[in-house]
Design a protein around this ligand. Structure first.
Ligand code: ZN
Length: 315
């Protein structure tokens, strides 16, 4: 009888132990995840004058949630790193976190259209050396280089949508034609990177007049409808001129890319191309990066916090 009791006691302890393990293992993390709004953001970088930063705060919560940010300690008009208190609330619980808010001025957004190609690898290498992030508005052509889209994404660059085909007639004959192509490049980027990009660069820019040949007024309609569908489009305020001929001299690219317009000295969106014949763009890039670093600019990839520049729509 004594032995029996002893066995029951030992088995009892053993089951209690198992129960505790399963309790700890299953219940606690799940209940945390379910109830508690988790503020993921540690730091955000914004351009001067950005008042609403709520939209940039990432929160993980299974319930709907609200975010409040106490910006009283942030001077949004002055460059610097500040602290802000973020409060996230859902119907069950709330959480708060102090995050860093970096207010930036003098930003350069390097943008490369028409790639990927053989040259993209060299551009990625240069960007890595200078620890600079950029944006690639890619096409679906040259799929043999699609690995470079994935590499660029993994290295922290933004992948934007240029066009799948880059054929003006396909793109600009009708709104449906444009969106069919846009959807194709969006799915392509998603399949290569897993990233669902909503950043657009119109082939020819939003101010292009070549589209007049195919459909009168289409750019007026497209510039509105892309935004209604949740995209944002980015033109450039400096062109490196690397598309003015098949191959432009590196010195001319440097000259144009470093001529800062008087109307936008703080925020520069710089247009390059990384298609297969743009070898001199690669040659010119280090000098251009050094020029802006010397002048105290920060290089940023395009994201939700970016400065947006739209050219006047001419069709
Ligand atoms: Zn293009």
């Amino acid at each position: 009888m004594n032995y029996m009791r002893k066995y029951i006691f030992v088995f009892g302890l053993f089951f209690l132990f198992l129960f505790r393990i399963s309790f700890n293992y299953n219940s606690l993390p799940v209940s945390n995840e379910t109830n508690y709004p988790y503020i993921k953001t540690d730091k955000i970088s914004i351009i001067k004058g950005t008042e609403d930063i709520k939209q940039f705060i990432e929160v993980i919560s299974v319930h709907d949630y609200d975010v409040e940010v106490d910006m009283s300690g942030v001077d949004i008009h002055k460059k610097g790193v500040y602290k802000a208190n973020v409060i996230a609330k859902n119907k069950v619980s709330s959480s708060s976190k102090i995050i860093d808010v970096e207010v930036l001025d003098k930003i350069v957004y390097l943008t490369f259209d028409d790639g990927p190609s053989y040259n993209t690898q060299f551009i990625l290498d240069i960007l890595k050396i200078y620890n600079v992030k950029a944006t690639f508005f890619v096409t679906g052509e040259n799929y043999q280089y699609k690995q470079l889209i994935q590499d660029a994404y993994k290295q922290g660059h933004t992948i934007g949508l240029h066009a799948y085909s880059h054929d003006y007639e396909t793109l600009y004959t009708s709104e449906n034609g444009y969106f069919d192509d846009l959807n194709k490049i969006r799915q392509y980027v998603k399949s290569v990177t897993g990233y669902d990009s909503k950043f657009i660069r119109f082939p020819g820019g939003s101010s292009n007049t070549i589209s007049k040949k195919y459909c009168h007024g289409i750019m007026k309609r497209l510039t509105k409808s892309v935004q209604n569908r949740g995209y944002e489009y980015f033109d450039w305020n400096i062109s490196s001129g690397d598309a003015e001929a098949s191959t432009v001299s590196a010195s001319s690219i440097i000259e144009k890319a470093t001529t800062i317009p008087s109307y936008s000295q703080d925020y520069i969106i710089l247009l390059f191309h990384d298609s297969s014949n743009k070898t001199t763009t690669v040659d010119a890039l280090p000098s251009i990066i050094e020029y802006y670093l010397d002048k105290g600019y920060t290089f940023m990839p395009i994201d939700k916090t970016s400065y947006i520049y739209h050219q006047p729509v001419l069709n």
